[in-house]
Design a protein around this ligand. Sequence first.
Ligand code: G3P
Length: 200
Amino acid sequence: MVNAIIILCAYIIGSIPSGLWIGKIFYKMDIREHGSGNLGGTNSFRVLGKKAGLAVTILDILKGTAATLLPLIPYFSETQIHPLILGAVAVVGHMFPIFASFRGGKAVATSGGVLLGYAWPLFIILIIGFFISLKITKIVSLSSMIVSIIGVIYSIIYAFLTGDYSLLVLVIILASFIFYRHRANIKRIKDGTEPKVKWL
Ligand code: G3P
């Protein structure tokens, strides 16, 4: 029973559509009808501005972190569900949120939050890698995909050195989610029509 409830909690946490709710409550806007139509931090920056974009990004990161930390709650201490599975479930909730007609984000920030909760050195490396990539390419979606590849490379080395393959399996799953959810971005990057950031 505890296992089922903790998985449900991870999904519900991931389902919180911060971009949709912040847009509707504070800006009277549905960000799904503007910009890229995505519910994530990037589109919140684009449509609602810096403050909202930062708030949505931080909240989306924290969803992943909170899900991986659920077993620390005394009621859940008996669970056999691995924290990384809870993180992956939160990312599924973020992509297919019950509170937003199952039309959610592209898995990037919440995946980062899972790593912050479980493997913070990798999170730091990926944040640095993201901004270096963004400085060079000026494209958020491309930078998101580049850091997911960096995450896989890091996890291969980690698995080789420690014999622990759980992080590698999770990171491959998250990277697959990220590439799958960026199909339209990949097409725009190929066509040269993907928007570039101007502030970096
Ligand atoms: O986090 C999602 C980002 O990589 C791309 O977002 O709105 O440009 O499709 P967007």
